[in-house]
Design a protein around this ligand. Structure first.
Ligand SMILES: *Cc1c(COP(=O)(O)O)cnc(C)c1O
Length: 411
């Protein structure tokens, strides 16, 4: 359907046949822009602005502190809306904190739940913030060993000293995807807990925490969930573990009865105990409204379109620019998330030149041009046009111009 030699007309036809074509209208996508960076910051859903404005004027402005009767439950309410996207049940997810903070909490909880085991297994290629959080927890506790292994060697590295695995399901550099069920089962075989970072998975690939036996997970909501810059993250705690785990960063809003103001801490029941502080209600209102864009949309349909798009992109790039770029993402779509990374020595300036031509991707050092595919608001013609522009950059050698070489702080 989407092999090499494809024409723009064929892509237009694919867009007409696309079961998700109507969803693009739920977003603002600037005219003429091909946005392949939704894996970094998702697009703005049209429902978000009015919902946030309404929340501010009606709930905060007019309702003032009376709003807390409703706001108090926002972490669970929004969490319950995220749950179906990761194969979790109601009462297993809260929207709180940021990914790094949430992961720090889960690591502390997992280590406390496995006394006598002091090893956490991760990969050196994990997202750096996850590694920093892990190193921070290890320093704080003093006796924790962070065991870094290759992605392919995780199962073999497990033994009865391992408290938990801490892995990112879809690699942010290459898009390579772990077999979550297999690795989780391997962790369980040695009695370890499996913690997954779902930042590049939620809203992009099919995730089934329930079926795969996942113990704990975190993910961010400003990528494929379009919750906006700095949107709260989410925490998933398997129901059967909720009463067994303690939040290592307890705070009053995770207390069983915060307004009793008791001296001693008693954790709330369920996943609520992982809440620490007053939730960011305005940001949660934005995320809540962004999730409306999923009405009538299944993750399965999103994944099918995502695979078709990444296959189309890889086939076209290989055909037209195969000598210039190495495809750094897995060729097997079953092992690939919703992004394609192309390796090139001058990757940074190529991405800059592409952006100047209205095709937004990003760059990950030292040499990866990264393109994210967000089926909710991308069209097949966008994929086609992106490759056309990439060909134009390479053929004109525009990227060698001085103006595209100066590094910005955010790449
Ligand atoms: C984007 C991303 C994060 C972001 O962490 P924050 O603390 O929310 O800024 C963490 N982990 C991974 C794998 C990511 O891709």
């Amino acid at each position: 359907m989407t092999g090499a030699g494809i024409t723009r007309e064929r892509c237009e036809e694919l867009d007409r046949e696309d079961p998700l074509r109507h969803v693009r209208e739920r977003f603002f996508v600037p005219d003429g822009l091909v946005y392949l960076d939704g894996n970094s910051l998702g697009a703005l859903a049209k429902a978000v602005g009015p919902a946030v404005a309404e929340m501010i004027s009606a709930e905060w402005g007019a309702g003032l502190s009376g709003g807390w009767d409703r706001w108090f439950y926002a972490p669970e309410r929004v969490g319950d809306r995220i749950a179906p996207l990761i194969g979790a049940g109601a009462g297993e997810v809260v929207a709180i904190d940021t990914t790094t903070v949430a992961l720090t909490k889960l690591l502390g909880a997992a280590l406390a739940a496995r006394p006598g085991r002091r090893v956490v297994v991760t990969t050196a290629t994990n997202f750096p913030t996850d590694l920093y959080a892990l190193a921070g927890v290890a320093r704080l506790l003093g006796d924790v060993e962070v065991r870094m292994v290759d992605a392919g060697a995780v199962a073999d590295s497990l033994d009865e000293t391992v408290a938990a695995t801490c892995l990112t399901h879809v690699d942010f550099r290459t898009g390579a995807m772990f077999d979550m069920a297999a690795v989780t089962a391997a962790a369980h075989d040695v009695g370890a807990l499996a913690i997954w970072d779902l930042c590049h998975s939620v809203g992009a690939v099919v995730v089934d925490c329930e079926q795969d036996g996942v113990d704990l997970a975190v993910g961010c909501c400003y990528k494929y969930l379009n919750g906006g810059p700095g949107a709260p993250a989410f925490v998933y705690v398997r129901r059967s573990l909720q009463e067994l785990l303690e939040n290592p960063l307890p705070g009053w809003l995770g207390h069983e009865a915060p307004f009793d103001f008791t001296t001693g801490y008693r954790p709330a029941g369920g996943v609520r105990r992982f809440v620490t502080s007053t939730p960011p209600i305005i940001a949660l209102a934005a995320l809540d409204a962004a999730l409306d864009a999923w009405a009538g949309v299944t993750v399965g349909a999103v994944r099918a379109k995502s695979v078709a798009m990444t296959e189309l992109f890889i086939a076209t790039v290989t055909e037209r620019l195969g000598a210039e770029f190495e495809v750094a993402s897995p060729r097997d779509p079953a092992r690939r998330g919703s992004q394609v990374s192309l390796r090139h020595e001058q990757g940074y300036s190529i991405v800059q030149a592409l952006i100047a031509r209205g095709v937004v991707g990003d760059f990950r050092a030292p040499d990866l041009c990264r393109f994210g595919f967000t089926p909710l608001y991308l069209r097949y013609v966008d994929v086609f046009d992106a490759v056309e522009q990439l060909v134009a950059v390479i053929e004109s050698e525009e990227h060698t111009e001085e103006r595209f070489r100066a590094r910005r702080p955010v790449t």
